[in-house]
Design a protein around this ligand. Structure first.
Ligand code: ADP
Ligand code: MG
Length: 232
């Protein structure tokens, strides 16, 4: 089976006034279809930088990134946007919903960029709200629902393009323990349906929902293996 994600000697430096700062110092990793991977590491270890590169929101300084077998470094911006739309759904810590759009319109938003017609957009958005347990509230606005419900809407939005991969950067970072567990159950259910999941967390309890754990320290990969063994 070919990996969904393959990176080879991935490096990232940020240019600052004090000179270049290396943040990712040569990483190699393959992630296969159906995996559920947690990434842990201290604050500043490069997790978000790494996720932004996987999500094609940022580019590496050196190294290779293959997404769904395509060498991302060789694509122009249109090709990259298309590939990203087709393959990846993104979930963020802060939900990132549009405050003035109702829930259905928030979920349907990615379809606007794919030229899906209005009636089909509405139907697919409602289907995804149903999937995350919010079918009753399509016309509510983000500020009328709880944080956990907002994250469910964000997950519905990430799913609406039927991606094979979900990238989630600290998706439970703003949620209480019980709500975090509910969100993780939803991710696990999606994974059981075949979606590949890569999730960043700094909470060991959250990481245990995954099947595989990777640990970062100072821009390097220092552990890759079983979730349980890493905590023993
Ligand atoms: P994490 O998500 O693991 O907390 P980040 O990837 O956000 O880590 O950051 C890794 C390091 O890169 C940190 O030291 C951070 O200060 C630095 N960094 C992140 N973004 C930038 C940027 N745009 N310019 C300069 N340094 C940055
Ligand atoms: Mg981060």
């Amino acid at each position: 089976m070919d990996p969904v994600i393959r990176i080879e000697n991935l490096q990232k430096e940020y240019e600052t006034d004090a000179g270049p700062v290396p943040v990712l110092k040569g990483m190699d990793l393959s992630i296969y279809p159906g995996e559920f991977l947690s990434i842990m590491g201290p604050s500043g270890s490069g997790k978000s930088t790494f996720m932004n590169i996987l999500g094609c929101l940022d580019v590496p300084t050196a190294g290779k990134y293959f997404l769904s077998g395509r060498d991302v470094g060789t694509l122009n911006s249109d090709q990259l946007a298309k590939l990203r739309n087709e393959v990846i759904g993104f979930v963020f810590q802060g939900f990132n919903l549009l405050p003035r759009a109702n829930l259905e319109d928030n979920v349907a938003l990615p379809l606007v960029y794919c030229n899906v017609q209005k009636a089909e957009r509405a139907e697919r958005a409602r289907g995804m709200l149903d999937k995350v347990g919010l079918a009753k509230y399509p016309e509510s606005f983000p500020n009328q629902i709880s944080g956990g419900q907002q994250q469910r809407v964000a997950i519905a939005r990430a799913l609406v393009n039927r991606p094979e991969l979900i990238l989630a950067d600290e998706p439970t970072g703003n949620l209480d323990t019980k709500t975090s567990g509910e969100i993780m159950h939803l991710f696990r259910q999606l994974n059981e349906e075949g979606i590949t999941i890569v999730l960043v967390t700094h909470e060991p309890d959250i990481a245990t929902y995954a099947k595989r754990l990777v640990k970062f320290l100072d821009g390097r990969l220092i552990y890759d293996g079983e979730v349980s063994e890493a905590h023993s």
